[in-house]
Design a protein around this ligand. Structure first.
Ligand code: C5P
Length: 224
């Protein structure tokens, strides 16, 4: 029989971008393909876990045997994440839009001689930080991602502290890397050193791998 180290565990994963409506036909989004999060969902399922995948709009097939909830906006994503608790492990791989439009148009915005329509932005909820700071239903292991284009490790360390999660998977997404939309990823796993001095963070840098290999390696660390 295949080893199923996550049998009996409930794993929640977010993936993909979010779409934040401007009006009925337009939205704000980002370049996330959802590939890394979907690969993690498939790897967790293969390891025997019960997997809930909350995904923004992506062009990918639902992984076999995974309970997939499709959402559009950050607020819908948060709602489905909260409704999926409690879980043993939560992995937040979605590229959530930081802002949404406050004055969303009920009708398609039109070009007028008065100039461009002003878009007022308001901050979206931070799903990772919200779940990391829960008192009652905080999952025992919360993992976030840090996609950065500069100062990767420093930004990721700051993010680990600020968000209150247990691990951060940091990856360089500057255009030259081809990570955005591509099939490969070079990641660093940051975790709080147990037994170490307060605030000490271990950085484990992995070689370049396919997103599937990164997913399998991450799930192997989770299983350990
Ligand atoms: O702050 P930043 O967006 O770079 O943080 C990235 C991490 O936070 C990712 O794990 C992402 O899924 C999560 N996040 C979130 N909700 C947000 C913004 C980011 O869950 N509104």
């Amino acid at each position: 029989p295949l080893p199923r180290p996550l049998a009996g565990k409930r794993v929640l994963i977010t993936a993909g971008p979010t779409h934040e409506p401007i009006d009925p036909v337009r939205y704000i989004a980002n370049r996330s393909s959802g590939k890394q999060g979907f690969a993690i969902a498939a790897a967790a399922q293969a390891a025997g876990a019960e997997v809930i995948l909350v995904s923004g709009p992506v062009d990918l097939d639902d992984p076999d045997g995974v309970n997939v909830k499709h959402v559009e906006s950050a607020r819908q994503m948060l709602e489905h994440v909260q409704a999926s608790l409690p879980v043993d492990i939560a992995i937040f791989a979605a590229a959530v839009a930081d802002w949404r439009v406050a004055n969303e148009g009920e009708q398609k915005l039109k070009k007028t001689s008065a100039g461009m329509p002003p878009l007022q932005l308001v901050e979206n909820p931070d799903i990772l930080a919200t779940i990391s700071k829960l008192r009652d239903k905080r999952p025992p292991l919360v993992i976030g991602f840090a996609a950065e284009t500069e100062h990767l490790i420093d930004n990721a360390k700051a993010k680990l502290a600020r968000k209150g999660c247990d691990w951060i998977v940091a990856n360089d997404v500057s255009p030259a890397t081809g990570v955005m939309g591509g099939d490969r990823n070079t990641v660093h796993l940051l975790s709080r050193k147990s037994g170490g001095e307060d605030g000490e963070i271990a950085v484990d840098s992995w070689p370049v791998m396919t997103k599937e290999q990164v997913a399998i390696e991450l799930i192997a660390h989770v299983a350990k």
